[in-house]
Write a protein that binds this ligand. Structure first.
Ligand code: GLU
Length: 482
């Protein structure tokens, strides 16, 4: 068997939908699991849809996601160029070859005529008017400079069958197929034609794409057959749905949540978690393992594990993956990915960000949750003294000032200020006063944080804020309670 070659062939639209990213991932995994080559090809022939900077979105996404291509516009390779617009002169000779072989023809019909035909035939479409023009007529039209397109002679009866690696055998009646245009009046190829020529000339063995292309595949195959080329293995991927509020599902779209890779990153998801999650959107490993690095996926990925039933993009499940990936990091790694969010909340306030990371890591689901969780470190929020009342900790407005003053004095007296010394001071204080630990901890926590729900407890917050700032905040608490 020839060496496996797969390609990801995005059109530069400026946006990488998770469906496209999944296609890229599976192309990558098919190649890597079969010791093959992964190619990136930019399909930019549709100039109307072209968006500035869109190619960079593709490069950045692939890089951030870790899907490194072996060949492509930026890294080169022996099958280049890898940008469709740079290949534009390659296609016409192939179409002309088919004309010579009687498998394609020039169609000189005017737009007006085509419209008329379209409106008058059942189901619309082209009536194959130019399919059998005699040569003298063709020569006359060519000499007169009549514009033309090139169409493929599709079989008129019979059926076309192919086997998709996921969806199985697919059959279409040839009578349903139009004489498809290969080359447009401007001399450039249609998308379908360019796609086949590119895949063949780039030696692509496996084509992975969304199931919306399933119905075009017989047309591709009739081209491969016309040229006598080997048909690649087709791997069409199931639809990705989103959950609607009423419990039903429909094609994943913006109203379900973010659907672009960059948007998900901006929402605080880690690239590794996104990739891991979408690997499982349509593919199932042989056991129930869920957490996979990209390298592990390359080892276990198998085409037979791809399902044809639609998958559902579940944001709660993605949250779960993200939280798992955050837990697995070292505290230093977490501090690094969290750093921009620390800055967002703290500005230039200097705090020990590793310590901050250590109290946040276990409770963070999305990185974007961080700023609101730690904003009190920058500035003590305005709070109501009722916060000092807590049943479980047995605190009320009478004992809270007493406890807080006692904590204040202990902390003020500390010579060495670190986690252990703060811990010992507060625990010893509770013992001395014969109260629950919570009875001293609660008022201290409220005074330094100004809120009830905080990452870490009183000790951690006191430590991170530092002695001076902690004392200042406790003074404010004491004034409030006085
Ligand atoms: N350029 C097409 C797209 O972005 C890819 C189609 C294919 O993979 O054949 O949808």
């Amino acid at each position: 068997m020839s060496k496996v070659r797969t390609r990801f062939a995005p059109s530069p639209t400026g946006f990488m939908h998770v469906g496209n990213l999944r296609t890229a991932l599976y192309e990558y995994l098919v190649a890597k699991s079969l010791d093959g080559t992964f190619v990136l090809r930019i399909e930019d022939t549709d100039r109307e849809r072209y968006v500035d900077g869109a190619v960079d979105v593709i490069y950045n996404t692939m890089k951030t996601a870790g899907l490194i291509h072996d060949e492509g516009p930026d890294v080169g390779g022996e099958y280049g160029p890898y940008v469709q617009s740079e290949r534009k002169d390659m296609y016409l000779p192939y179409a002309e070859q088919l004309i010579k072989e009687g498998k394609a023809y020039r169609c000189f019909c005017t737009k007006e005529r085509l419209e008329e035909v379209q409106n008058s035939t059942v189901g619309g479409g082209y009536d194959r008017h130019c399919r059998d023009l005699d040569q003298a007529e063709i020569d006359r039209l060519l000499e007169a400079g009549t514009p033309y397109v090139i169409r493929q002679k599709m079989p008129i009866d019979g059926e076309t069958k192919f086997v998709d690696a996921v969806f199985g055998e697919i059959t279409v009646d040839n009578s349903e197929l139009q004489d498809q245009i290969l080359i447009k009046a401007d001399g450039y190829p249609t998308y379908n034609f360019a796609n086949v020529i590119d895949d063949h000339t780039m030696g692509i063995t496996h084509v992975v794409r969304g199931s919306e292309y399933l119905s075009s595949t017989p047309k591709y195959n009739l081209l491969y057959e016309a040229f006598g080329w080997e048909i690649p293995t087709y791997i069409h991927l199931p639809l990705i749905n989103g959950k609607n509020d009423d419990g039903t599902v429909s094609k994943l779209s913006k109203r379900h949540g973010s659907t672009g890779f960059e948007d998900l990153i901006a929402e605080g998801y880690l690239p590794e978690a996104i990739i891991n999650y979408i690997a499982l959107l349509g593919w199932c490993p042989k056991d129930n393992q869920e957490i996979f690095t990209l390298d592990e996926l390359c080892k276990v990925f198998d085409i037979s594990g791809i399902s044809k039933s639609p998958s559902v993009f579940d944001y709660d499940k993605l949250d779960w993956f993200n939280a798992e990936y955050i837990r697995k990091m070292s505290v230093e790694e977490f501090a690094q990915v969290a750093d921009p969010y620390f800055t967002q909340a703290l500005g230039d306030k200097e705090l020990d960000r590793i310590k901050l990371a250590s109290i946040l890591q276990q409770r963070t689901v999305k990185l974007t949750d961080i700023p609101a969780t730690i904003d009190f470190f920058k500035e003590l929020p305005k709070y109501d003294k009722e916060l000092f009342v807590n049943k479980k900790s047995k605190t009320n407005l009478e004992n809270a000032p007493v406890m807080l003053k006692a904590v204040y004095d202990k902390i003020a007296a500390l010579e060495e200020y670190n986690h252990d010394s703060i811990h010992d001071a507060l625990i010893n204080l509770a013992t001395e006063l014969e109260v629950k630990n919570g009875t001293v901890m609660w008022p201290a926590r409220i005074a330094v944080a100004g809120k009830q729900v905080t990452p870490g407890g009183a000790i951690e917050i006191l430590e991170i804020l530092g002695k001076e700032e902690s004392l200042r905040r406790m003074e404010i608490g004491l004034t409030k309670l006085a």
